[in-house]
Design a protein around this ligand. Sequence first.
Ligand SMILES: NC(=O)c1ccc[n+]([C@@H]2O[C@H](COP(=O)([O-])OP(=O)(O)OC[C@H]3O[C@@H](n4cnc5c(N)ncnc54)[C@H](OP(=O)(O)O)[C@@H]3O)[C@@H](O)[C@H]2O)c1
Length: 311
Amino acid sequence: MKHVPLGASGIESPNVVLGLMRIPEMTDDAIRDLVRTARDSGIDFFDHADVYGNAVHHCEERFAEAMQLTPSQRDEIVLQTKCGIVGDGPYFDFSYEHIVESVEGSLKALRTDRIDVLLLHRPDALVEPDEVARAFDELHAAGKVHHFGVSNHTPGQVELLKKSVQQPLAFNQVQLSITHANVITQGLVANMGGLDQAIDRDNDILNYSRLNDVTLQAWSPFQKGFFDGVFLGDREQYAELNDVLEELAAAHGVTPTGIAVAWITRHPAHFQVVLGTTNPQRVRDSAAGSDVELSREEWYRVLTAAGHTVP
Ligand SMILES: NC(=O)c1ccc[n+]([C@@H]2O[C@H](COP(=O)([O-])OP(=O)(O)OC[C@H]3O[C@@H](n4cnc5c(N)ncnc54)[C@H](OP(=O)(O)O)[C@@H]3O)[C@@H](O)[C@H]2O)c1
């Protein structure tokens, strides 16, 4: 398992981590099996959010109930969670009250005394950076949150927060898979007319993050688009891509899932891939991809097989 630097924090973590958004219906045994498989594969970083599950803090609670972590087991892992989406919204809330209340709820649900990483989940159009800063200062000073970041934010939105927030915003979790790859592919065709790929949908978050020591985390790494199924094995829509993934998988001694991970981790921005599978074998297959270093030629082959333009 390869590790990547987390922002400028000096801390390193695996470049493949496990998201727990899809665990609410799983039994305690199945959750333990999933998490144990992740740990055995070298994954010690787990991604939550207050809104995951059938009620607020539900997935966090299911994780803690199933795992019953001892203090030393808790020390061995990194727990990341998110706040800012109002579960029965639909709206976003980055107010001081909401952030603090959400973190207190996450601490209780996760049965822990600190959140290692807290992300602001989706941008709140009504954000007041001073309020976010007040919440972060208080939570940080109390030792309740150690590191901070954002998710689905543009560079301008990060800069606005930085005007008031003192702590480094070391993470930005964004949607990225081989087939939903505008974060990476837009820059290949910048300024080309008539191409959807040329549309800059995130104000160049990729280069902003590399320049500012922000670790990018890739959510939905196997989804075709926005929660509409995986491209792996989808021969109707992605026959050529699956052919190339299978060929490279055989060449590198891993599965196509491993190559799909390796395509993301090959990028020098040092992405962390946030897995969403609830299947232990897929966790193993994904973790195996962490150690595969695709050549430049292989990386571009995957890109073009997915239908992206390389002019
Ligand atoms: N920041 C954000 O806004 C945001 C948004 C969404 C998600 N997230 C985070 O990102 C994590 C991953 O998101 P995701 O679950 O959408 O990502 P994903 O890993 O791309 O998708 C996993 C889903 O695809 C299914 N699947 C079917 N065939 C598969 C195959 N061959 N390989 C892998 N998966 C297959 C899985 O089913 P099985 O369980 O049966 O394998 C599971 O339901 C979440 O857990 C959450 O922590 C963040």
